[in-house]
Design a protein around this ligand. Sequence first.
Ligand code: 13P
Length: 251
Amino acid sequence: MTRRIFIAGNWKMNLTLSASLELAEGLKKAAAGISNADIAVCPPAVYVQAVAAVLKGTAVGVGAQNVYFEKEGAFTGEISANMLKDIGCRYVILGHSERRNILGESSEQVNLKVKAALAAGLVPIVCVGELLKEREAGTTEDVVRRQFDGSFSGIAAKEMENCVIAYEPVWAIGTGKVATPEQAEEVHAAIRKMIEKNYSKEVAEKVRIQYGGSVNDKNAAEILAKPNVDGALVGGASLKVEPFLGILKSA
Ligand code: 13P
């Protein structure tokens, strides 16, 4: 079973409109020659539509960084999955550790968002990962299993196949302290076992598991070479064309 490599950029709360468009134009040019991987960028919600317009018809998909789980109505400040779909999104990042830890998002909420995203035809990129103290306490797999079980509760096998999981150890995010390829592979293999246990070996073989946390053009090749690492969710290094392309090239 060969899973297609999937590299996604999470721009987080960065860039201006003009910088977003410039980056999108750069990627549009550069990505024309890349066919060995799926590529996506996830700009801040206010820039998604403009970036999607630039990247329309290219190999670079566009995603959002969050969604609200209700369809429509009196939810001031929120954005629905149908709205994201409507403006050209294909993906949505859900349960990022910054949302879990800074904004108090629970796996139950992530689960509602996964369901809303799938219902709207979006591909959820669901993030899981342990804090440094949890790794040091030897509870990494328990933490990830709780997040996995909670986030995918009630998701059917056919839907699960469409989901992407991003393993992002919190201690590696934005710290320059990337997990070793062995550390990443160990957790990725454990996640694949969780999918197998809850679904089947067939489903487990299909789901792509990205690694995220200080990935750059220098360390990507080693991590992506691991059998259970199917791509990367890239923060800082996705904000400029060259390093992001470098990651794509090492895929
Ligand atoms: P960095 O690549 O900046 O460490 O961020 C990783 C991340 O959180 C991607 O979602």
